[in-house]
Design a binder for this molecule. Structure first.
Ligand SMILES: Nc1ncnc2c1ncn2[C@@H]1O[C@H](COP(=O)(O)OP(=O)(O)O)[C@@H](O)[C@H]1O
Ligand SMILES: [Mg+2]
Length: 604
């Protein structure tokens, strides 16, 4: 895996202006840091010089004071400029990465989302990107300048006295050794820390979503114990990282102070012996402190850097997951004119050998190559052939787990077939642009999704600029208008998360209105009424009939009345079509369908 710092560079481009400003102020500050030792050294030499007259010394002193005042003002500008523009640059990049991550996540298929937990994804999105910022703020430019500062300081030191320079640097190799030894540990611990936090977020999000279950099974104590374990593990990882990190920091400290000690002793001796003036020694010590600045900063900030780099690596790893369901190179953008659908010998299994299938967001071990054993699952669909002419209603029946939902999710390409083809008006669904294909299809599910927002926004989700008249028309057709008008604010009533303040039947009618407004050529009803009570089912059924008019429909339903009138009934068993025909034909065959009908309620 390439160094994430290099990957980061391409994000700097759009923010070059702020990068240049930060760099400009950085260089100014950097030059200024050399001004003080020079001024102080000069003042010491001027004051102690036996050659200059008092008047000359006074004049020089005034000049030096003026220079020092100028440096003070410039320094103030540097603190503002370098700090502020660096945030502009750093946060600009963070915002870009978040945007890219969001867009990328939306391109990933359901294979990915079925496997990853919402909390874990959120953790990458918020925590990891945030952690990466510390490097962006302090790192990028400051680190670069620090290296330059170190080199210039060493050159200046050596130009004053090579021996003294060597004396203050003898401990460098020890520091380098400690760093090489401990830093990999800091890095691994950082990686595992983030991984653990991702897993904790996943657990907590799941636990919160399942509060009703937790409460009714009085599992609070167990959940608390699990959380406690997670937190303890995370704490252990933070401590491990800190131990290694602070050992690196303290060895840096030894380097700095022993170096200073050497210079005080040996430099003092040189000055005593008259080999060096007091002013030169002062200047040397000044430059030396400048040189130790970056060393110290680095030793101290190393933990932050390593935490940041590993967070960044995790973010880039998500960005590198290749989406499996994408537009073809030259997609067909003609909307299907009539909505004829054909499944040809379709085979499908859930796991594919893809990036999406391999990714594990809450894995807390750093990547060490291809370490995940890959399980090939069995075929869920094993050679399904069926078709629907434009405007026909095709019912798909079969026991639970037969593959009905899976089969129909291949139509809008929520998944892609493993073998075989799905054609809409003679064109393979994989040859349409995803937008064209999906605009032509609506799905009404058993448990429709309603998001936080107004009733109006929820209905208009597929056509955000629909007029109020159109929205109301859809709601009336979906038999939803009356109950909506009874809500506190009518169409402007805000719905809670997942439509918490609506009944199942009401949510379903909102989702039917949404589908009506989208006006798709092809409609999929996946057990749209099975979670409703008899009274709401009757209303929703009426709404559905409105929706089904003049479209190609696939109906998975347990209500026999809908199925009875279907143009064709397909019976699915273990991923295969075992029978197909009209209600009357299938009853006459006295086969699987007849058996399901006899059992009535079992037709799901
Ligand atoms: N996301 C998934 N990942 C792996 N297997 C799945 C997934 N969804 C469904 N399955 C499996 O596929 C089979 C068919 O499921 P499904 O199409 O939902 O059946 P039905 O809708 O007929 O009840 C089942 O054995 C189920 O376990
Ligand atoms: Mg199903």
């Amino acid at each position: 895996m390439p160094n994430p710092l290099f990957q980061l560079l391409r994000y700097v481009r759009p923010h070059r202006k702020y990068a240049a400003l930060t760099l400009g102020f950085g260089i100014l500050g950097f030059a200024l840091s050399f001004a003080y030792p020079w001024i102080i050294g000069t003042v010491v030499d001027v004051v102690t010089s036996p050659l200059l007259t008092f008047a000359q010394k006074k004049a020089k002193l005034v000049t030096m004071t003026e220079l020092a005042a100028l440096a003070a003002i410039l320094n103030a500008a540097v603190v503002y400029g370098r700090g502020h523009f660096n945030v502009h640059l750093g946060h600009g990049i963070v915002a870009d990465i978040r945007r890219e991550l969001f867009e990328h996540l939306q391109k990933l298929s359901l294979l990915f989302f079925a496997k990853e937990r919402t909390g874990s994804i959120l953790s990458r999105f918020l925590h990891d990107v945030h952690e990466a910022t510390s490097l962006l703020y302090t790192g990028l430019i400051v680190v670069g300048l620090d290296v330059v500062q170190l080199i210039i300081a060493i050159v200046l030191l050596a130009s004053i006295s090579v021996k003294l320079t060597i004396a203050c640097l003898v401990l460098f190799p020890i520091y380098a050794g400690v760093f090489a030894l401990l830093n990999p540990r800091v890095r691994v611990a950082s990686e595992r820390m983030h991984g653990k936090l991702t897993r904790i977020s996943g657990n907590v999000a799941e636990q919160l979503a399942g509060q009703a279950l937790v409460k009714t099974y009085t599992a609070e104590t167990r959940e608390a114990a699990r959380f406690e374990r997670d937190v303890r593990d995370h704490h252990g990882l933070v401590i491990a990282q800190s131990r290694a990190g602070h050992l690196v920091a303290s060895s840096g400290e030894i380097l700095v102070h022993f170096g200073t000690t050497m210079v005080i002793g040996y430099g003092g001796y040189l000055a005593l012996a008259g080999t060096m003036t007091a002013g030169t020694l002062t200047r040397f010590i000044g430059y030396m402190l400048i040189m130790f600045g970056p060393v110290r900063r680095f030793a101290e900030l190393n933990i932050v850097y390593q935490t940041s780099i590993s967070a960044m690596r995790r973010v880039f790893r998500v960005l590198e997951i290749k989406p499996t369901i994408v537009d073809p190179p030259n997609p067909c953008r003609e909307p299907p004119p009539s909505g004829e659908v054909r499944f040809e010998d379709v085979r499908f299994r859930y796991t594919e050998d893809s990036d999406e299938a391999h990714a594990r967001l809450d894995e807390d071990r750093p990547d060490d190559g291809d370490n995940q054993p890959y399980v090939q699952r069995s075929l869920v669909l094993d050679g399904v052939t069926m078709h629907a002419n434009p405007g026909e209603v095709v019912a798909v029946v079969g026991s639970s787990g037969a593959g009905k939902t899976t089969l129909l999710s291949l139509l809008p390409r929520l998944f892609d077939v493993t073998e075989g083809r799905v054609l809409v008006d003679g064109v393979d669904v994989r040859d349409y642009s995803l937008e064209t294909l999906r605009s032509a299809i609506a799905i009404v599910q058993q448990d429709p999704f309603v998001f936080t927002g107004s009733v109006r926004e929820n209905i208009a989700y597929g056509r955000p600029n629909a007029s109020n008249e159109e929205i109301e028309w859809a709601a009336r057709a979906a038999h939803a208008h009356d109950f909506i008008m009874e809500l506190d604010d009518g169409y402007d009533t805000r719905l809670g998360e997942r439509g918490a303040n609506l009944s199942g039947g009401q949510r379903q009618r909102i989702s039917i209105a949404r589908a009506l407004l989208k006006d798709p050529r092809i409609l999929i009803l996946d057990e749209a009424t099975s979670s409703l009570d008899v009274a709401s089912e009757a209303v929703v059924q009426k709404a559905l009939e409105e929706l089904m008019r003049s479209r190609t429909c696939f109906v998975i339903a347990h209500r026999l009345s809908t199925i009875r009138n279907a143009n064709r009934i397909v019976v699915l068993e273990g991923g295969r079509v075992v029978e197909s025909g009209t209600h009357a034909q299938l009853l006459a065959r006295a086969g699987a369908y007849a058996r399901l009908v006899r059992m009535q309620s079992v037709v799901t």
